[in-house]
Design a binder for this molecule. Sequence first.
Ligand SMILES: *Cc1c(COP(=O)(O)O)cnc(C)c1O
Length: 361
Amino acid sequence: MKRVYNFNPGPATLPLEVLQEAQAEFLNFDNSGMSIIEISHRAKPYEKIHNQTKADILELMGLGEEYEVLFIQGGASLQFAMIPLNFATKENPGSYILSGTFSSNAYKEAANLGVGKIAASTKDENFCRVPTQAELNIDKNSAYLHICNNNTIYGTEFHYIPETGNIPLFADMSSDMLSRPWDFKKFDLIYAGVQKNLGPAGVVVVVAKKSLIEKSLETLPTMLRYDTFYKKNSLYNTPPAFSIYMVGKVVKWIKNCGGLAEMSKRNSKKAEILYAAIDDSNGFYKGHATKDSRSFMNVTFRLPNEDLENKFVAQALENNLSGVKGHRSVGGMRASIYNAMTIEGVEILADFMQKFQRQNS
Ligand SMILES: *Cc1c(COP(=O)(O)O)cnc(C)c1O
């Protein structure tokens, strides 16, 4: 069986052990004589997985009773709209740090509703870094400050947690959820589309303070209210059971590997290898992100010209290295090195980069 080294940004590579385990029990889940995708979401064996996955996520994040885990569909993109719908008003708007495409999309949803404010932006620098604390200008009446923790397209990541005073802090962690220990208690609401780092597409994990999500506006449609998911244990309607089941397996895999500290160790090592390949290339490879904002999850870089970039993508694939082409808004390359990407895969990519440079400069 031939598997490639998969550097796709999302959907993305998952741990091989997890895929194999799911394959082995696909036809007969928990001795039910049925597949996980055939059984009722009200059945005991499913509920067990549902609740265990929630508990494992909180445990990994070091969060207790005051937080709740919700499973919501519609992708991270629906969260962009649900957040201002549930929490922002004209008097208490949502404030946003614009640090890339997704944070800008999140802001647009609030702005469309007339309840969005910009607290800082690095758009003028083509989002090559995240704004610093000193640059933040947060409206004091804000209902929340929203950040995108890791900017998947530009390859930048927050390496500090913004100080907001009494203003609740919300974060899109779609592309770096559970990749490192982080002071999650400083956040009031965290969400992540799971298809980057935690499982197959189909569900968003929302981790939020119960006191925040207990009550939503009565006028909102049922499925757009956080309290619907909270009060019904995310089982108001049929949840995406297969995605949640897979997230459960990935989360267990993270725990068995040694938790977030071990993930962070591996992820730093991988990032270090690739950034060294860029920094030691005498300018052949140029990183997009400034050094202090570099992402541990998505490494973005350009080559001297587009012809070489196309050649790089084609030859990488011949070497079993898939998904290295960057997003069109940055150009060049992007290697996504989420939790499941092995150090070996990254070393092979770095070797390939060095060989490619020797042959083409
Ligand atoms: C991929 C991504 C999104 C969009 O997620 P969907 O689930 O496709 O809506 C949002 N934010 C970040 C940081 C992402 O990486």
